[in-house]
Design a protein around this ligand. Structure first.
Ligand code: SF4
Ligand code: SF4
Length: 483
């Protein structure tokens, strides 16, 4: 595969009929090869089937899909570069009824220098100007006119020619003027009149008390068993107990791995004794013990595979559940929910893989309002919600020469029934239009945060693209004010 469609695709459908190999399909549509259909490779945007794409080698001296795409999202896959010879061979396989000579049209020859060896002699440049063979391509309507003119011109004009094309197809203004500046101070209905620092001085910032000592001892003793639970439950439990000496997600997992080295052989041997009637202390049980130990070891490798197989540091590992720990998850959730010691902390679950083509996952999540933390204190909750910081990359951003920094969103905050609601939206036409054509860039988001205790009154401030909100607990508000 050499050409891919990035998430910038706006589903205009212009590329699909241009492909000489019918390698392009709309999202959610099954693809077909030699009469066999296969599930779609993308659901929401157009996609290219790698095994059918030849980068147009054999037909054109350019990628036909990229030539018509108004938002420049048909790009070469940097992770899967293929040679001209491979692509030409693929064209021959896909079209057995056609003849593709070694001098068939190819973008490699157009670009000149790179794989000159494949062409065999110096005839290539002349042929690039006149795409002679074009057997089936003659049936394809327009594109023949496009590449005819610019084969040997300077390299720069290509991008310059594309930007106006995008503007014309989408009917976009060429200049969107200045982006909105910083948003001023805001005050919402129900918000306290005192300034932020005054309200912050009311908050008892001492850490929340840890669980009682008896609970801590019980948790410590139960670690080998609790360590079998799924990672997120262990993380929440660690947060809830509030004392890593009493419960730690890492230590409990390690103890559970050791426990399983004993438990699995015992269980396997017991089953053999019960089902097969083997004697407990006999040679026959030795094999069952070995099997149990092997199962425990294999499961340990599976659970900690990022660390064991990919040498990731402990801080980046996922401490997965043991097979018998999955049914324990509801019990762990109950323990967390029943605890009065929990300090809630929420943020994105994980950072997805990152390449130059894709935004950092955390920045994408900021655009959905899901990157926030909630700290519980004895008389208040402190909420910090991160707003988007960067304007996502797209052809429109380039066309309009927009800066990287995202202007402040407009936002509203309301509090009611132990639920804090934060709604935010981009400001200005340019950003709204950009959000229409960019994936993972909604123009608005609403985040709702519910609290375990009744709350009344809040105060907020916006600093460095982070909305900080103090939410006072009901039972303490009067005391706080009096203090
Ligand atoms: S590069 Fe050519 S062959 Fe590949 S998907 Fe685009 S139009 Fe089809
Ligand atoms: S935006 Fe580009 S890739 Fe998406 S459908 Fe249109 S032409 Fe094809």
């Amino acid at each position: 595969m050499a050409t891919i469609i990035t998430s910038d695709c706006i589903n205009c459908g212009a590329c699909e009929p241009e492909c000489p190999n019918t390698a392009i399909y709309a999202g959610g549509v099954e693809w077909e090869l030699n009469g066999v259909t296969s599930p779609p490779l993308a659901q929401d945007i157009f996609y290219i089937v790698p095994s059918k794409c030849t980068e147009c080698v054999g037909f054109y001296d350019h990628e036909a899909c990229a030539a018509v795409c108004p938002v420049d999202c048909c790009v070469t896959d940097p992770n899967n570069i293929e040679t001209e010879a491979v692509l030409l061979e693929r064209a021959r396989t896909l079209h057995p009824d056609q003849t593709f000579g070694d001098d068939a049209p190819s973008r490699f020859r157009k670009e000149g220098a790179a794989p000159a060896a494949a062409a065999g002699d110096g005839a290539a440049p002349a042929e690039a100007a006149t795409p002679a063979p074009k057997p089936a391509a003659a049936a394809v309507p327009a594109p023949a006119a496009k590449p005819a003119a610019p084969p040997k011109s300077a390299p720069a004009p290509a991008p310059a020619a594309k930007a106006p094309a995008a503007a014309a197809i989408l009917n976009l203004p060429k200049d969107v003027g200045a982006l909105p500046g910083p948003i001023g101070e805001k005050h919402f209905a129900g918000e306290l009149d005192e300034d932020f620092d005054t309200v912050l001085s009311w908050v008892d910032l001492k850490p929340m008390p840890s669980a009682p000592i008896a609970v801590q001892i019980a948790m410590r003793l139960g670690e080998p068993v609790l360590g079998a639970m799924p990672d997120h439950i262990k993380a929440e439990l660690e947060e809830a107990v509030g004392n890593p000496l009493a419960f730690s997600r890492v230590r409990s997992t390690a103890l559970n791995l050791i426990l399983n080295l004993i438990l699995y052989p015992v269980v396997v041997t017991a089953l053999a004794v019960l089902i097969r009637g083997d004697r407990v202390f006999s040679l026959a049980t030795r094999g069952w013990i070995t099997l149990g130990v092997t199962l425990a070891a294999l499961e340990a490798v599976w659970r900690l595979r990022e660390g064991i197989l990919h040498a990731k540091p402990a801080s980046e590992l996922v401490y997965r559940a043991a097979i018998w720990g999955i049914p324990l998850a509801p019990l762990g959730a109950l323990l967390v929910r029943g605890s009065h010691f929990s300090r809630i902390k929420r943020t994105v679950g994980f950072d997805g893989y990152v390449t130059d083509l894709y935004d950092e996952k955390i920045e994408r999540d900021r655009r959905y309002g899901t990157v926030y933390t909630v700290e519980e204190h004895s008389n208040a909750y402190l909420v910090r919600l991160e707003m988007p910081r960067r304007i996502p990359a797209s052809s429109l951003k380039r066309l309009w020469s927009l800066p990287d920094e995202m202007p402040d969103y407009d936002y509203t905050i309301s509090l009611g029934d132990a639920v804090l609601t934060i709604s935010a939206s981009v400001r200005g036409d340019a950003l709204r239009r950009l959000s229409y054509i960019s994936s993972s860039f909604p123009a608005d988001f609403t985040t709702r945060i519910d609290f375990d205790e009744p709350v009344s009154g809040f105060r907020h401030r916006l600093r460095n693209k982070v909305i900080e909100i103090i939410v006072l607990k009901s039972r303490n508000e009067e005391i706080s004010r009096a203090a």
